[in-house]
Design a protein around this ligand. Sequence first.
Ligand code: SF4
Length: 509
Amino acid sequence: MPTIKQADVIQSVADALQYISYYHSPDFIQAMASAYEREEGPAAKDAIKQILVNSRMCAEGHRPICQDTGIVTVFCKVGMNVRWEASMTLEAMINEGVRRAYALPENKLRASIVADPAFGRKNTRDNTPAVIHTELVPGDALEISVAAKGGGSENKAFLSMLNPSDSIVDCILEAVPEMGAGWCPPGMLGIGIGGTAEKAMVLAKESLMDPIDITEIRARGPQNDIERLRLEIMDKVNALGIGAQGLGGLTTVLDVKIRDYPTHAASLPIAVIPNCAATRHAHFVLDGSGPAPLDPPDLELWPKLTFSATPDAIRVNLDTLTKAEVAAWQPGARLLLSGKMLTGRDAAHKRICQLLDEGKPLPPGLDFTNRVIYYVGPVDPIPGEAVGPAGPTTATRMDKFTETMLQKAGLIAMVGKAERGPEAIEAIRKHKAAYLMAVGGAAYLVSKAIRSSRVIAFADLGMEAVYEFEVKDMPVTVAVDSTGTSVHDTGPREWQAKIGKIPVREVAV
Ligand code: SF4
C-alpha cells in the first residue's frame, strides 16, 4: 500500500506551478504554430507571432509567460488505497506548494488573489488559496492536475440553463462574440454539458486539462456525437472571424473541449470557460516514490520566429506627444512607443477618479496631463530586469473611468488589451484621444521594451500601484482612433465576411 508523503505533495505542486509559469505544453505550442502558419489576417498573424516568440523566450529564460500568473486550480484524484505520512490536510499541503512556488526568488510569480472579494479585496500576498477539487477513485496513487488560470479569460466564463430542446451550438455562437477579446484568443473553449449548474462549470474547467487533439480527430474522423459537436463548434466559432486578440482572422479557438454528465429531464445546463494564450497546466502522479519529475520540453518544438516591428511602424516620442499627433493616428496603425508612460489598473483608477470627482488633488508627482497610461500589473523584477513580465490587462474594465481620466486628469491615450465598450469609445471620440493595444499573453516580450520603472503613487497597491515606465520601441496597434473607429469591430466583421468566401486550410506542423 503506497504512502504519500506531505513533503512530496508540497514539492510537486510548487515545481509544477513554476514549470507551467514558463513552459507552454507541447500540444499548445504545436496548435499555436499551426494557427500561425494558417493565419491570413496580418494583424492577427503578427499577434500570434508575438505569442510564440514570447513563449520561447519564457521557456529559455524561465520567466512567466504572462504577467497574470493566474489563480491556481487543482484537480486531485485520491486513490482509495493510499496511506498518508502527513500532518497537514491535502488542501493545506497544496496551498503550501502554491506559497513556495509564487515566492521562489529566481522566478517570483505575481500574487493576484484577494481575500474578502466583495469588500476589502486585500491581496493575500502569496497567491493562496488555490481552488481545489478532490475526488476519491479506486487505486494506489494520487493524481494531480495543476492549472494557473488568468483572470482575463476566467472573467468570460458563462453558464446557460437551456431548455432541453434548445441548440447548444446556437447558444455558444451567440455568446462567443459577446466575450470580446479579453480572454486573449486564440485559446480553447472548455464546455460542460449536463449535471447541475455547478457540475457543468466544473466539467467545463476540467475539460481544459485535456490535451489538444482536435487535429487528430479531424484527420481520423469523429467517432461519437461529442467529437462531432466539438468539430462543429470549433469550425463555427472560427468562422466568426474574431481572430487572435479579436483583431479579425482565421483562428479564434485552437480546440474545443467537452465533458458531459447526466442531467435532469427538464434541464440542459451549458457551461463555457475559455482558456487563453497563456494556457498553463501540468499533470503528475504521486505513488510514494518521491516528488514528481517534470521533464522540460524540447526547445526544438517552438517555431524559429523572431519578432521585429513592421517597416511601416510609426515611431512615437511619448515625452513630446501632443493631442494633434494622437488625433492623426489611423485605426490599425502600428506604433513604436519610446519615452515615459504611466501605469494604472483597476484599484488605481478607482482611487484617482474618486479624488478627481471630489475635487481633491492627486498625490504629489502624479500628473496625467498629455500622458499615456498603460493598463498593467507587472511581475516583480529579478536581478537584471527593470520590470518582470508586464503585458496589458483587459482595458474594458477601465471603461467607466475613461471619461474622467480624459476630461479631468488630462490623459491623451491608453494602452491595454481587448476591445473598448461604447462608453469608453464615446469618451475617446469626444476628447480626440486614442486607445492602443499590446498583445495579451506576450508579457515577457513586451517587458523587454521597458528600460526603467519606478513607483509614482499608491505603493500600498503592490502590482496595482502607479508606476512610471521608460520604454524603447514598445510595439502597439491603434485599436480605437480619435474618431471612435475600433479595429475590434471592423476586423472581425471583415474576416467573418472573408471566411464565408475563402476555404480554410488545415496546416499540420
Ligand atoms: S494571456 Fe490574457 S487572459 Fe491569459 S493570463 Fe495573460 S492577460 Fe490574462
